[in-house]
Design a protein around this ligand. Sequence first.
Ligand SMILES: [Zn+2]
Ligand SMILES: [Zn+2]
Length: 348
Amino acid sequence: MLAYTYMKQGQFALLEKPMPVLKDPKDALVRVTLGSICTSDLHIKHGSVPRAVPGITVGHEMVGIVEQVGAEVTTVKPGDRVTVNVETFCGECFFCRHGYVNNCEDLDGGWALGCRIDGGQTEYVRVPHADQGLNRIPDGVTDEQALFVGDILATGFWAARISEITPDDTVLLIGAGPTGICTLLCARLKHPRRLIVCEKSEERIRFVQTHYPEVLVTTPEQCQAFVKAHSAHGGADVVIEVAGADDTFRLAWECARPNAIVTVVALYDRPQVLPLPDMYGKNLTFKTGGVDGCDCAEILRLIAEGKIDTTPLITHRFPLNEIEEAYRIFENRLDGVIKVAVTPRNDK
Ligand SMILES: [Zn+2]
Ligand SMILES: [Zn+2]
């Protein structure tokens, strides 16, 4: 089968590999019917994910059909259409039992697929702890509708959940990339009084204005004044920072009102400064980290009910055998790309 593979820093390659086999009674084998490319794949390519193992198949956003299950798998069976979770988690350890599945103590726990073990930019993928890692896609929900459930949509849902948004709140969301848009969709479900998006790319601003006309939009330069003018207590009640640019962490806490919650989802290339003397008395609550992807069943239900629709994010489609071209477009942000759907190989 074809597998897009991390060779060494700066180099991925499309290789022929043997089909994976089950290694553990909790494993499942999934035939990938649709995949995608994530910014985290680019982080691996550029060498900023030190735990990524050379030789592994990359890709951690995918949906597919269960081909085979181990003896201890109970929640899915061959033939089921499923989403695959970016997080591998055992469901039994202290962290899993508290919903902190990103910190699962299992050897394969956390982000393993497409990083430490073979992932989904291929034809078949072995999924460990399949009872936790796979969710059945409801009838009537398409592969494209379900594509982002296990990664960026799980991240957006988690970010909105831990931000404790109430209907009185002005919520500021920094960054309208794919994960930012997923976060916006999930924050919207909490019905805050106002939702403000801060974004610098004109293309992305247009996307937000076209698809979510009720959302207010500002730019990094105007953000602080804009938020102040559109909130009741001198700043946003909740700030969710998804951009991860050089100045966006500072912007996040500067735009927050006293006693606000600032949720940091972004992954930074460089360490950030927390200037406590400058924010003394502002009494902020910071929440940070990597997604606890344990809400996929609920997200799929919301998609089935028509409450979340991420399909406008899919701007490009390429078959697996043309994945290098898909990467070229995604990596260089060409042609208005937001997300690419990778369809099964088509060598004809
Ligand atoms: Zn990702
Ligand atoms: Zn666990």
